[in-house]
Design a protein around this ligand. Structure first.
Ligand code: G3H
Length: 531
């Protein structure tokens, strides 16, 4: 699991990069205070020839005063709804976004290389993350045009005319996760700002340097204060910002414990909107008549793509007792056949980016084994500094930590069931409710099951692994798994509120409305059709 720098293809070799800039009020400021080194868990030789975690660079370890300065900049740009950005014509805001996406595209190779080194995502998935994000922005621009076109009219109910649109909410604090540091963060940030909000954005703990190449693109594309980017610890940056009560929307993809502690700091909770994508424990339910070849393929990708570090990963498999032995045997062989390698080798399995993760996975395995589970695959649990080979554990039950915790890593718990009520009751009792995968064929069984499952989670995947995409589909969850809905279209709604001009139908008002429409004096009132 160690690699020499000269064994790495030239295009993927990396030199440490010191990021000393942050973006506040349209200025790329130089940070002169303390910095934190950024390491990859992938080891390379240091100058003395010893194999050590690779130093990728450094980022500012910012203090509270510049964070509050960023908040002030975002507030000034929003200006309680009176700022240039929130009152700008939609078409003009979209032009800023088009400028940004063009500039962002220029940094594809740098960002992808950093994705591979910082979060150890394999090459194709790193490219996919970048390209998917670019597509998301382009689709968001189109979706907003469409939304705007639908509002480009007057309704009339009784004697009241209404021109109904969506308006921004205010200042957004945007915090993303390490597993999709570009995609998931931008899926919050982009719709937030396009709707006329202003934002303060702090990257996750891992996957942070890759934002550095984009700082200038943000600076050059948006008016001052619309996007402010900070680096450092949550407790010095996010917490003091929340305590001011000046945040209108908390947009966070991560753990509910972080979301709850940040909400708790806000003095006016009723004024705080939440857009949250949180943890999940998506089950795969395998019915007796499931096509095992296909099911095993989907379960491998569902449980272990990107080492299971996806909120949508399958985190527990319920297999009917009549087929569990065969499923386990074949699944264990398939897991052991998976290839481990470096991200640029584009293998399915790659190192774990969190230094403490291999030990945590090992603890989950030890706990389950001490309570009666067995590791079914030969390589399961093989441990190194930056990896723990995926372990398939069976039988798993409620006494084990693995049953309850969102492992977010390479370990697959399997539970056998006799009656379908067993997995259904477990899902109903669970704190999570994002998605489920249902594998089977008999429609008399599947039909009523879908009726129940649709009320336990927010997406039922028939004979396929759970996933977020395509991004035009709603992505949300019940219970501890989410607040609000994200999709290209839904995110525009989540970051805005309906607001409208109403006017009684009198000759006096009619004349005013007509000249308003002809005068181009309001950016809000417009029947212009955005192409
Ligand atoms: O971490 C959660 C991501 O939203 C999952 O997205 O299903 O495309 O991997 P994905």
């Amino acid at each position: 699991m160690k690699v020499m720098i000269n064994e790495i293809p030239k295009e993927f070799q990396i030199k440490p990069y010191a990021c000393d800039q942050y973006l506040v009020n349209g200025h790329l400021k130089t940070w002169k205070g303390a910095t934190s080194n950024v390491y990859s868990t992938i080891k390379t030789k240091d100058s003395s020839g010893e194999l050590v975690p690779t130093l990728l660079g450094s980022i500012p370890d910012m203090e509270t005063p510049p964070a509050l300065e960023a908040l002030e900049a975002a507030e000034m740009a929003f200006q309680r709804g009176q700022g240039l950005w929130p009152t700008m014509k939609v078409g003009d805001r979209l032009k800023h976004m088009e400028t940004f996406v063009e500039k962002m595209k220029e940094h594809r190779e740098e960002v992808v290389k950093l994705l591979m080194w910082e979060i150890c995502k394999n090459k194709s998935d790193s490219y996919k993350e970048f390209d998917r994000t670019v597509d998301y922005i382009i689709d968001t621009i189109e979706a907003y045009k469409n939304l705007d076109r639908k509002g480009a009219k007057f309704d009339k109910q009784g004697d009241v005319y209404a021109h109904i649109r969506r308006g921004p909410l205010g200042v957004v604090l945007c915090l993303g996760p390490y597993n999709y540091p570009l995609n998931e963060t931008f899926c919050l940030l982009i719709p937030a700002i396009i709707m006329g909000n202003t934002a303060i954005f702090k990257p996750a703990k891992h996957g942070v340097l890759l934002i550095a190449p984009l700082l200038r693109a943000f600076q050059e594309s948006f008016p001052p204060g619309v996007v402010n980017i900070l680096f450092g610890r949550g407790r010095k940056i996010a917490s003091p910002i929340m305590e001011t009560g000046k945040i209108d929307v908390l947009a966070l993809i991560g753990h509910s414990s972080s979301a709850v502690s940040l909400q708790d700091l806000h003095p006016n909770k009723n004024r705080l909107r939440l857009v949250l994508g949180l943890e999940a424990k998506n089950p795969g339910i395998i019915l007796p008549d499931a096509d095992l070849d296909h099911t095993i393929k989907e379960c491998i990708s569902g449980t272990l793509s990107y080492n299971g570090q996806r909120c949508t990963a399958l985190k527990v498999l319920y297999v009917h007792e009549s087929i569990v032995d065969e499923f386990n045997r074949r699944f264990a062989v398939a897991v052991d056949a998976l290839k481990f390698g470096m991200p640029w080798e584009d293998t399915f399995l790659t190192p774990l980016p969190e230094p403490t993760k291999p030990k945590y996975i090992q603890e989950l395995i030890d706990d389950a084994v001490s309570k009666g589970a067995k590791i079914l695959n030969k390589r399961g649990g093989d441990l190194s500094d930056n990896y723990c080979f995926p372990a398939v554990l069976y039988p798993v039950d409620e006494s084990m930590n693995l049953y309850h915790e969102e492992q977010f890593g390479p370990v697959v718990p399997i539970i056998s069931y006799k009656e379908i009520d067993e997995p259904l009751d477990a899902m109903a009792a669970s704190d999570y409710g994002q998605q489920v995968s249902l594998f089977g064929r008999d429609v008399r069984k599947i039909g009523p099951l879908i009726d129940t499952l649709a009320n336990l989670v927010c997406r039922v995947n028939l004979n396929s692994a759970c996933q977020r995409g395509p991004d035009v589909y709603p992505f949300t969850g019940r219970k501890n798994s989410a607040v609000s809905t994200l999709s290209v279209y839904d995110a525009l709604r989540s970051f805005s509120i309906r607001t409208f001009l109403a006017s009684k139908d009198t000759p006096y008002n009619k004349e005013i409305l007509e000249s308003l429409l002809n005068s181009d004096s309001s950016n809000f009132v417009s029947t212009e059709y955005l192409l």
